[in-house]
Design a protein around this ligand. Structure first.
Ligand code: NDP
Ligand code: MG
Length: 381
């Protein structure tokens, strides 16, 4: 397998590095990409023997070229357009998509167009452009394997074409489970970044606190598995042991369980349809208590907003995701309070005038751009 890792310097990138380290005889790393974390990417490129590394931030890429360009090591690719070109002419067989946000869309499309298998963690890409991504995969004979733990669970529980009645997405509830809106008025960035079970990048950790992460995952499941929104249910499961479930028409339910460790879904996606070994502690069942409860939609309105945007279809999910990215950034920078995140997403969605077809890249980019401007203006009010 010849692998490209997009978002190599992030949390998923780090877990991928660990899986690669256990299986480096099977995985040849062709390229690595990140945004501006040049020194870390250079060090990873050397350790993993990558042929090239790409920084989408051109200034950071030029600085890296100045400091390491003359040394033996990977070729340095400068900027997002060059990264897309690099993927379009790469000989890789697999691309692990773990950039955060909308930035993952164009490289993902390039890989699918070239017939590669995309192991997708970057859910924003599928939310913003689910139709376009699936159509590009079909035309280019590329394929998608989920890395997001819930979707990996569903992927593992599905059996051929057996008829499914429901997909049950589990949700930890995040750090603010059980709190009321009044309790959430004044929560800090630090509190929002304290996830009870998973250690992840900042954006997705805040999304887990608002439950927007689960909302994005509902839309992600719709596009990955072709299931109607009415048949996708979210259940809060604070222990994060059951990673998600599939219910068949005869009432039988398949669940995938285990410790919350992203190395597992990454390995599943890399090895699929095989299974490779992984060094994990044996799971202890005895003495555990597992709980399940309905999500509190009144407090965590982001989840309902995502269902609404998903059901509206077209470019609405792209607007939802872009507005959310901007609002989360504003929260992380201390410019807006926590509850304002979902309000900004709601106000952006309600002002959107749908334009062209959602399976056209220019239309998706235009909707994303419009939503960012609108959400930014709202965050400055
Ligand atoms: P991190 O913030 O830890 O890492 C993000 C990575 O993407 C970094 O390598 C970063 O590079 C790169 N990046 C950020 N912005 C850009 C950009 N504009 N252009 C190119 N590269 C960029 O995020 P995570 O690893 O937590 O998450 C990555 C994706 O995976 C997200 O879409 C998230 O929703 C999804 N995911 C993550 C899970 C997790 O457990 N962490 C679980 C399930 C899904 P740099 O370091 O240079 O800034
Ligand atoms: Mg998830």
């Amino acid at each position: 397998m010849r692998l490209v890792i997009l978002g190599a310097t992030g949390s998923i990138g780090e877990s991928t590095y660990k899986v690669w380290h256990e299986h480096r005889d099977r995985i040849q790393v062709e390229g690595l990409a990140a945004h501006r974390n040049g020194e870390q990417l250079w060090a990873m490129g050397l350790k993993m023997g990558a042929a090239w590394i790409a920084l989408t931030d051109e200034q950071a890429a030029r600085e890296l070229t100045r400091s390491h360009g003359g040394e033996p090591g990977p070729q340095i690719v400068v900027g997002g357009d060059s990264l897309v070109e690099q993927i379009s002419s790469a000989n890789a067989t697999h691309v692990l998509g773990a950039m955060s946000g909308f930035a993952g869309l164009r490289p993902t499309l390039a890989a699918l167009k070239r017939g590669m298998r995309v192991l997708l963690a970057n859910k924003e890409t599928l939310v913003a452009a689910g139709d376009l991504v699936q159509r590009t995969a079909a035309m280019g004979h590329g394929s998608l394997v989920p890395v997001d733990s819930e979707h990996s669970a569903i992927f593992q529980c599905l059996r051929g074409n057996q008829p499914v009645s429901r997909i049950i997405l589990t949700c930890s509830g995040g750090p603010f489970r059980g709190r009321s809106r009044a309790d959430l008025q004044a929560v800090t960035v630090e509190e929002a970044l304290h996830h009870p079970n998973w250690s992840m990048g900042k954006k997705i950790t805040v999304d887990s606190a608002t439950l927007m992460n689960k909302g994005l995952e509902v839309i992600e499941a719709h596009y990955l598995f072709g299931v109607d929104y009415d048949a996708i249910e979210v259940v809060v499961h604070p222990e994060s042991v059951v990673h998600s479930m599939v219910e068949y028409v005869d009432g039988a339910i398949m669940a995938q369980c285990g410790i919350p460790d992203m190395r597992i879904p990454i390995e599943v996606a890399l090895a699929w349809p095989e299974r490779w070994s992984l060094t994990v502690e044996p799971f202890q069942w005895a003495g555990r208590h597992l709980h399940f409860e309905a999500p509190d939609l009144k407090t965590f309105t982001a989840l309902s907003l995502a269902y609404q945007a998903g059901r509206s279809g077209g470019l609405y999910p792209a607007v939802l995701s872009a507005a959310n990215e901007v609002a989360v950034e504003a929260f992380l920078e201390g410019r807006i309070p926590f509850l304002r995140i979902a309000e900004i997403v709601e106000e952006t969605l309600s002002g959107f005038q749908p334009s062209g077809p959602a399976d056209n890249l220019d239309e998706v980019i235009a909707a994303d751009h419009w939503a960012r401007q609108r959400a930014l203006a709202l965050s400055l009010n």
